[in-house]
Design a protein around this ligand. Structure first.
Ligand code: SF4
Ligand code: SF3
Length: 551
């Protein structure tokens, strides 16, 4: 075994990737990521001491969310970027120690070795093998520690997007440090379960923070028709989740003769008033992340990754020299655009590059509709409530989450297609690409697929559910006619799941497979306390779900 990783839904054989990741991550990158998480834990242990003594060291907060985000599935495949981040971690640890000393806060000598281990680059691989996931011998403790770390990775991603827009929540940072530090301590399974559930609380908080950051900065998402076709000018394709990068790219491309298209998780950018005003913001090109090889080939222009999900291109891919990364994303061979000291990014290299490219080849035409985040849905609340009261809408299905390349994900297309006409799908995240182009119609003008936005906008779906609970004067969110049939892939889905559990949502169906990192005992805790289960066949599941009415 040259590596071990089981953090995503595609973990090899449902157990873990041991030679090379199904995602394309090789053992060198995987091991460097393990070492990066180790060093990040050291920073958090020290920052946690700081917070407990009312000393906040901002650099530690920023470092921790950036480092964790770097290790999310499909975000960063660039060895050098990860090595640099590890070395930065050494420096941040020293900075925190120095700062604590200045503030008169004592740092115990016997702290975990992650607070002090330092090595040269040629020692990294050997050290990584000693600090990986499998070093926790007890499988339940390992499972809980990793569940917590993955929740924190998702939290880190959302915290970074919010911070990029100038929105921060110290309580979230505090918890991130405490949570990471806890994974180095000898805690009991019960103590770890409590932390995992608490992680869900901060998951709600960080998604609320990001929702506030996005809507305060760019306005509330509105019902929008997004064009799927192309124009005859060269274009830049932008993917990932970062709206600040989206804004900068739109501003810098204005008047240059270069069009901008979204890919995968950037689709919901079209729903924001601040972006709709750009005439050269043409539409969405393609589908979910895993279809990028074909779609990037036919797009013809440069592609900007602001976050995951990157599929590392083969050496013969025609678009290999058209890939640019920024933020926590990275790919060996791609050009990485760094922010300057003011947080500004210069995308002129992409624009120049685009001008030398052909216009995109059209792969589809037509439009899709989205923009049903909480504000928009609540504006339609009367209509929605009436439709429920009259029985025009019998049930809502939350089908948020991620898409992926596993064959079994056809289930979600079939499931959406087989749902009766008096049901509505609430979605967010790239899971929507499994059914957002089907002709599912509407109920009295309310489309049967309501897309709230990106995976982080699952928060919107929770706000909508809480509002419905209030309107129908129910005591329990689980009495609503809402079924949760969630698809997961990477660690942002883990924080969304923990957030839903914190909000009291029960009986969530999670697919296409249950996480490899849940040991049988930990899975049991989730089943017994929250009724979490996997998925069955479309027929079985429809039968099971369709008898649930308002209690
Ligand atoms: Fe395997 Fe997923 Fe880890 Fe990649 S991220 S190595 S596919 S478990
Ligand atoms: Fe998708 Fe990667 Fe998770 Fe943001 S883009 S939902 S998988």
């Amino acid at each position: 075994m040259s590596m071990f990783c089981y953090q995503c839904q595609e973990a090899a054989k449902g157990i873990g990737c041991t030679i090379k990741g199904v995602c394309g991550k090789d053992d060198a990158v995987s091991n460097l990521q393990d070492l990066l998480v180790f060093v990040t834990k050291g920073v958090s242990i020290l920052a946690d001491i700081g917070y407990k003594n009312k000393v906040r060291i901002e650099k530690a907060d920023t470092y921790v969310f950036e480092a964790l985000f770097t290790t999310i599935t499909n975000a960063n495949f660039d060895n050098k970027a990860i090595i640099d981040k590890i070395k930065e971690g050494f420096a941040v640890r020293e900075l925190v120690k120095a700062e604590l000393q200045v503030k008169g806060v004592g740092v115990p000598q016997d702290l975990h070795s992650s607070t002090r281990w330092m090595g040269t680059e040629d020692e990294f691989d050997a050290k990584a093998l000693k600090v990986g996931i499998m070093m926790t011998a007890n499988e339940d403790i390992r499972s809980l520690r990793e569940l917590l770390v993955y929740g924190l990775k998702g939290m880190a991603a959302y915290a970074e997007h919010a911070a990029n827009l100038g929105f921060n929540n110290e309580e979230v940072f505090k918890f991130m440090h405490r949570g990471l530090a806890a994974t180095t301590e000898e805690l009991s399974a019960d103590e770890l379960v409590a932390l995992v559930l608490e992680c869900g609380k901060f998951g709600v908080d960080v998604m609320a923070l990001l929702d506030n950051a996005n809507t305060k900065t760019y306005g509330n998402p509105e019902i929008t028709e997004v064009n799927l076709g192309v124009r005859n000018k060269p274009g830049i394709l932008i993917s990932g989740h970062d709206l600040k990068d989206m804004e900068a790219l739109l501003k810098q491309t204005e008047g240059t003769g270069v069009d901008v298209y979204t890919h995968s998780e950037m689709l919901p950018a079209h729903y924001y008033p601040a972006f709709k005003k750009y005439e050269h913001f043409v539409g969405n090109y393609g589908n979910a992340w895993w279809q990028q090889k074909e779609e990037f080939t036919s797009f013809n222009g440069p592609i900007l990754f602001t976050t995951n999900c990157i599929v590392p291109p083969s050496k013969s891919a025609s678009y290999i020299d058209r890939i640019y990364t920024t933020g926590s994303s990275g790919l060996t061979g791609a050009i990485h655009i760094e922010a300057n000291e003011n947080g500004e990014k210069d995308f002129s290299a992409l624009i120049k590059h685009a001008k030398t490219c052909e216009a995109p080849i059209e792969i589809e035409t037509g439009k899709i509709v989205g923009g049903f985040a909480h504000n928009q849905v609540l504006a339609l609340a009367d209509k929605v409530v009436d439709a429920v009261k009259t029985g025009a809408i019998k049930k809502f299905f939350v089908m948020a989450g991620c898409d992926g390349r596993m064959k079994g994900r056809d289930y979600y297309t079939d499931f959406a297609q087989e749902l009766p006409d008096d049901t509505v799908i609430l979605t967010a995240g790239c899971a929507k690409y499994r059914y957002n182009k089907l002709e599912l119609g509407d109920i009295g003008g309310i489309p049967r697929v309501l897309d709230a936005g990106q995976c982080n906008d699952s928060y919107s779906l929770a706000v909508i559910a809480l509002k419905l609970k209030e309107v129908f004067e129910l005591n329990d969110i689980n009495d609503l006619p809402i079924v949760y049939n969630i698809a997961w892939y990477e660690q942002k889905a883990v924080i969304v799941l923990l957030a839903l559990l914190y909000l009291g949502v029960k009986d969530i169906h999670l697919g296409p497979t249950l996480p490899a990192f849940l040991s049988p005992n930990v899975a049991n805790v989730l089943v017994e306390n929250f009724g979490i289960s996997g998925i069955g066949t479309v027929e079985e599941d429809l039968e099971k779900h369709l008898d649930k009415q308002i209690a």
